[in-house]
Design a protein around this ligand. Structure first.
Ligand SMILES: [Zn+2]
Length: 87
């Protein structure tokens, strides 16, 4: 199974559907995690920049040796390719 990432916040989704959000009909979302997406709607109506600001702290906690500067640079590079932010 290919590695999948939430198409809103970039979080790795692992090998199960446990972390996925839910659609309005109760099915699992195939694109977004449960933090970003619930009952067919995004949990927070934010811009890509706000999402990056929000994600900096968890990334720093989860990736040893990562600096805030490189975390932001990485997300600025990666996020525009995610489905939610592609336009
Ligand atoms: Zn997410």
């Amino acid at each position: 199974m290919e590695e999948r990432f939430c198409q809103s916040c970039g979080m790795p989704m692992g090998q199960t559907d446990e972390l996925y959000g839910t659609e309005a009909d109760g099915n699992k979302s195939r694109d977004y995690c449960s933090y970003c997406y619930e009952n067919g709607a995004f949990t927070a109506d934010c811009t890509m920049q706000e999402m990056i600001d929000f994600c900096v702290q968890p990334v720093l906690e989860n990736v040893p040796g990562m600096t805030e500067e490189s975390a932001r640079a990485m997300m600025k590079e990666h996020f525009p390719h995610l489905k939610r932010w592609r336009s």
